[in-house]
Design a protein around this ligand. Structure first.
Ligand SMILES: [Mg+2]
Ligand SMILES: [Zn+2]
Length: 189
């Protein structure tokens, strides 16, 4: 079984735009593709876990989500980086769209999408990592017993001032996170 790095999407891989709802809005953050490529090359499974409450809020049509994923993956592939799994939560309890306006078990920091990835992929949670720009990402890491790494891209810089859950480590961007993981990952074969 392979070790896994769970990555947040918005503000971690692609630039944060408030409720991204069109593939054309995807723009990679500097160092993101390089960081993912480095994780690929070092034998980690890379899984994206993203809260997309814009679906419940009526800002994003759910059918757009695969198109956004395709463009993100294509931009990464052009730079030699590969995503092994991609999971999103469309829910939000106070949302406008009835179908999605529920309290679910998959909106980060709830770990529902992590358990889904465990069913689908050959990964082990022990010794895994979570990288993201928000406290919900760090809290997800704490909830699954993973090492949590905060990036200062996206909301990372502003959230750093009032962490509700403190990360195990804070770095400038996803490339720095990948480098830190590889350097500190003790029991790699
Ligand atoms: Mg984010
Ligand atoms: Zn959900």
């Amino acid at each position: 079984m392979k070790k896994v790095v769970f990555l947040d999407r918005d503000g971690t891989i692609n630039k944060e735009v408030n409720y991204l709802n069109h593939p054309d809005q995807i723009e990679l953050i500097s160092g993101a593709a390089e960081g993912i490529k480095l994780l690929n090359e070092n034998g980690f499974t890379v899984v994206v876990i993203t809260n997309q409450s814009g679906v419940a809020r009526g800002i994003i049509e759910e059918k757009k989500i695969p198109l956004i994923k395709e463009r993100l993956c294509r931009l990464l592939e052009e730079r030699g980086a590969k995503i092994d799994g991609y999971y999103y939560c469309p829910h939000y309890p106070d949302g406008k769209i009835e179908k999605y306006a529920v309290k679910c078990d998959c909106r980060k920091p709830e770990p529902g999408l992590v358990w889904k990835a465990v069913e689908d992929l050959d990964i082990e949670i022990k010794g895994s990592y979570v990288v993201g720009d928000k406290t919900c990402d760090i809290a997800l890491g704490n909830n699954i017993g993973a090492v949590s790494i905060m990036v200062k891209t996206g909301y990372g810089e502003s959230e750093a001032e009032y962490y509700e859950s403190s990360p195990d480590y804070t770095v400038d961007n996803l490339l720095a996170a990948a480098q830190w993981i590889i350097k500190n990952n003790v029991d790699q074969p």
